[in-house]
Design a protein around this ligand. Structure first.
Ligand code: ADP
Ligand code: MG
Length: 280
């Protein structure tokens, strides 16, 4: 995003505030410029060690972007900066053209429309698949209150829709603890989808999945592309190949910055990338 785009976003925000009298908190992200996420020169130091070193990245609205790179490259730290878990020492992180994520707390960032999937699935094991989705839909209520609160027709159809998407329609009444590892991962993605995030961050989503589960996960992400922007960190090259369909950009991180960006075939042929990552 160029400075004039950010200026346009700021101008729009000011106009909106004059019109509605509302302030920044609760402001809707503006995606009219086609940018979902804009990261500029973020640096994160841990005791003098730079986990991120002037990292810059732009994700377009509806884009599915795969991020690869060796262990310790800074992939998870990057997600921590976007979701507010870690504050960079310097740099910018914007959601849409108007929301400065560095000024929001973790819950505010989630509320604004950024969903994050951690490596380990965290579902309510003792509840059914359906109840897990129901809870995610009413995350602002306590567990008991949420389960006693009646679902509206629209909420019910949204749950049905997500059950289909995550291939768990036939398991809706099953206790989540009894699902396979892959199914739990899908359920957690489904729980994220209940909040309808604009941007989804997925950190090694197919780690520990069977080949068949991995393939189905790729299909799921391809279905979500367009409606959501997705940032997928993954080591599984077959999975990345399936996601990028030979035409999408892949970003390679190394030592906290972008080492290369291009088609998977291009970065795989890049000598620097082979040396630090693929060749090992
Ligand atoms: N909280 C922390 N304190 C100190 N060092 C950290 C912390 N988090 C990450 N690091 C270091 O930052 C670097 C990047 O880590 P990480 O973002 O987890 O890499 P990746 O996800 O690409 O494997 C690593 O060298 C890691 O040891
Ligand atoms: Mg990581």
């Amino acid at each position: 995003m160029t400075p004039d785009l950010m200026e346009a976003g700021a101008k729009r925000l000011a106009e909106h505030q004059t019109k509605t009298g509302s302030v920044i908190a609760g402001e809707e992200a503006y995606f009219g410029q086609g940018v979902a996420l804009y990261v500029e020169d973020i640096t994160v130091s841990f005791d003098g060690f730079k986990a991120l070193n002037k990292l810059s990245l732009t994700i377009n609205v509806g884009e599915l972007r795969c991020i690869i790179g060796p262990n310790g490259a800074g992939k998870t730290t990057m997600m921590d900066c976007i979701t507010g878990k870690t504050r960079p020492d310097a740099g910018k992180v914007f959601f849409g053209s108007n929301i400065n994520l560095l000024r929001l707390t973790e819950p505010e960032i989630a509320q604004a429309g950024v969903g994050r999937k951690f490596q380990k699935p965290t579902v309510y094991e003792q509840l059914s698949v359906f109840e897990n989705l129901e809870l995610a839909l009413k995350a602002d209520r306590g567990v008991r209150a949420a389960l006693f609160h009646r679902l509206s027709g629209a909420q019910l159809s949204r749950i049905e829709e997500v059950l289909l998407l995550i291939h768990l329609k036939d398991e809706a009444q099953r206790t989540a603890g009894l699902l396979s590892h892959g199914q739990k991962q899908w359920l957690e993605i489904g729980m994220l989808l209940m909040q309808d995030p604009k941007l989804l961050l997925l950190d090694e989503p197919v780690a520990g999945m069977t080949d068949e589960e991995t393939e189905r996960t790729a299909e799921l992400f391809l279905t979500l592309e367009g409606k959501h922007s997705l940032v997928v960190v993954e080591h599984d090259m077959k999975f990345v190949d399936q996601l990028t369909e030979g035409r999408k950009t892949v970003t390679v991180l190394h030592e906290g910055s972008v080492l290369a960006e291009g088609l998977l075939s291009e970065v795989q042929a890049n000598e620097k990338v082979v040396e630090v990552y693929l060749g090992r």
